[in-house]
Design a protein around this ligand. Structure first.
Ligand SMILES: Cc1cc2nc3c(=O)[nH]c(=O)nc-3n(C[C@H](O)[C@H](O)[C@H](O)COP(=O)(O)OP(=O)(O)OC[C@H]3O[C@@H](n4cnc5c(N)ncnc54)[C@H](O)[C@@H]3O)c2cc1C
Length: 584
């Protein structure tokens, strides 16, 4: 161990020395059994498992302590469960077979390197159909009783999308997902088994004879940047280099969504050209840097071109991180027009096919598109993804939830966007609305009232019967056959030009970067593989950095609510495997 570097890099070494002393008693010249790089959800799950298995753990993060939990804290907390009691209570008939049919139809695995991702996917879906809910529940995790229906697909039984509602929203949203895992790692820290090292940025993985045996990096200056805001990358005033040794290193550093240069570089041709301007759905720390560092140590990245970006992004009027965008989780009723005012083809309806819609919109030659809707639709159908956008659920406030979700009024956070958001226009008449739309785009391109009116009027004629040929209206009626949607998610079909449903609202939508579907290639024990298929000894990866397991267990697309669970499943696997490998 390089004592000079270790001392020089110290913010507080008391805990490390305690861990180190016990290890040295076992004759090991290391600082801990396991080092975990990244204290997001995957890192918390991995660290908790390793520490509870009796290993000593160092949990490093470049961000300050107040950002513990990473992206998961900001998340909506939507989780994919299969055949849950909540589904059964709502008469949803789900099964492992149906979920696997949906998963494979959505993933579209078609590459030789999909073998391990596909096996991770199978293990994950089985877990979601069995132990996942009870494992979380015995840690105190709870979900809202109404199950959401995300990514509905709309093609064929074997195609993309969820055949049934499976999106279980955490009571407490993202912070409610982080809470049990934070509790577990803090308990391990109190027991002296785990030490947090915040503001420790890893710059390299160290190796001896081809075995990863630690990390080297820079201690960054202290930061009081509020959670989620960018913290400085300035080294601590003096002696900022550090080096730490362990028998196993687990990389849980997140994806690339905050680094638009990397997103553009990896953007696949099948999605057209990347937009000139995108919003960020993730904090700046989701920078992909540690994935490159892991590649330098021999780890292989696969499926780099697979990514999950949203097409319903709106500019946050109250941003936390750079280019902060919020994703609308839309119900199915809004009329979706491209930038020139042409209606999107079926089944590209709101909330049906994220990447199909992205590919279509990239072919229009413009970066934005439009929702046109009514006050009635926005009140019932707009949910905003993000813990801070759902104070009722995040604060576990039943009364506020009932008022805001069932009261028929526009929820407060949505109304704030209507009033203050740069992408929202309200109008009593369609002509006035289109005028407002042209004002916010500066007429690039100029929308023609007659083109928009023709789409709206044609759609409205179809809304007058309980049957018809308009695919979107058929889908809306189908959705209302599900009690959860009828109660709180899907407005009764009505004419957009019905004055009683108004005023009219238009929302300009942007592409919003979020999830990285490909990543570090890992085996079923979360060991990072080289391009020759052999593991890099001592090295593990989990969470978004590892494509949520295997280097891309989602394949090309996701059923939603599968990312947090993917972090938990792969983090748990990595923590247990590293603990087993360092036993004795
Ligand atoms: C607004 C929002 C809503 C979402 N909603 C949902 C949802 O409803 N359902 C769902 O399933 N998913 C959702 N997600 C996605 C999900 O939250 C993420 O995919 C998941 O939390 C990623 O966790 P992670 O641990 O892999 O990475 P992260 O949370 O990104 O954590 C990685 C950590 O590693 C640290 N790090 C990186 N590099 C280094 C380095 N070199 N040295 C030291 N530390 C480093 C970072 O600072 C960070 O703290 C949402 C995400 C967001 C942002």
């Amino acid at each position: 161990m390089n004592e000079t570097l270790r001392r020089a890099g110290a913010l507080s070494w008391a805990g490390v020395n305690t861990l180190g002393q016990s290890l040295r008693k076992r004759g090991l010249d290391i600082d801990a059994d396991v080092i975990v790089v990244g204290a997001g959800l995957a890192g918390l799950a991995a660290a908790a498992e390793a520490a509870e298995a009796g290993r000593t753990v160092l949990l490093l993060d470049q961000e300050p302590e107040q950002s513990l939990g990473g992206q998961a804290w900001w998340s909506f907390g939507g989780l994919f469960f299969v055949d849950s009691p909540e589904q059964r209570r709502l008469r949803i008939k789900d099964s492992l077979d149906l979920a696997w049919q949906d998963w494979t139809g959505t993933a579209g695995f078609d590459r030789p390197e999909d073998e391990l991702p596909r096996r991770w996917a199978r293990a994950y879906v089985e877990w979601a159909a069995t132990e996942k809910r009870s494992w979380l529940r015995q840690m105190g995790h709870r979900v809202v009783p109404v199950v959401g229906w995300a990514e509905r697909g709309g093609d064929q039984a074997t195609g993309h999308g969820n055949s049934v509602p499976r999106f279980h929203i955490t009571w407490g949203t993202g912070p409610g997902v982080v809470e049990p895992f934070e509790r577990r790692v803090r308990a391990a820290a109190a027991d002296g088994r785990l030490k947090f090292l915040f503001r420790h940025r890893v710059d390299a993985l160290t190796m001896t004879n081809g075995v990863v045996d630690g990390v080297a990096g820079t201690v960054l200056e202290p930061s009081d940047a509020p959670r989620g805001t960018p913290s400085s990358r300035t080294p601590a005033a003096q002696g900022s280099a550090f080096e730490l040794r362990a028998q196993a290193v687990i990389v849980t550093s997140g994806g690339i969504g905050g680094n638009h240069d990397l997103v553009r570089k990896a953007w696949p041709e099948r999605l057209g050209s990347p937009p000139a301007r995108m919003l960020s759905g993730v904090p700046a720390h989701v920078d992909g840097r540690m994935i490159e560092i892991t590649e330098q140590a021999g780890g292989q990245v696969i499926n780099r071109d697979r990514m999950w970006h949203y097409v319903e992004g709106i500019t946050n009027w109250n941003p936390v991180w750079p280019l902060h965008g919020i994703r609308i989780l839309p119900g199915p009723s809004s009329l979706w027009l491209d930038a020139t005012g042409r209606r999107l083809p079926g089944p590209l309806y709101p909330g049906f096919d994220t990447l199909g819609t992205l590919a279509h919109l990239r072919g229009t030659g413009y970066d934005h598109s439009w929702f046109i809707l009514t006050r009635k639709i926005i009140a019932r159908e707009f949910a905003l993804s993000g813990s801070e956008q759902n104070p009722d659920l995040t604060g576990r406030d039943r009364r506020a939830m009932l008022t805001s979700r069932f009261g028929g009024r526009v929820p407060g956070p949505v109304q704030a966007f209507v009033d203050r958001g740069a992408d929202f226009v309200t109008g009593r008449s369609l002509a006035g609305l289109v005028d407002g739309m042209n004002t916010i785009t500066g007429g690039a391109p100029r929308l023609d009232v007659a083109t928009v009116r023709a789409e709206v009027v044609a759609r409205d004629r179809e809304a007058m019967n309980p049957f018809g040929k308009d695919g979107q209206l058929i889908a809306v009626r189908g959705a209302r056959a599900y009690l959860g949607d009828r109660l709180m998610r899907v407005a009764r079909p009505h004419r957009l030009l019905d004055p009683a449903a108004g005023p009219l609202i238009a929302v300009r939508l942007h592409v919003l970067t979020r999830k990285t579907l490909g990543g570090l290639h890992t085996d079923l024990s979360a060991r990072v593989l080289r391009s020759d298929g052999n593991p890099v000894p001592g090295l593990y990866a989990a969470g978004e950095a590892a494509g949520f397991g295997g280097g891309g267990m989602h394949g090309y697309r996701s059923l939603e609510g599968t990312f947090l669970g993917g972090c938990l499943f792969s983090g748990r696997t990595a923590g247990r495997a590293a603990a087993a490998a360092t036993a004795g």
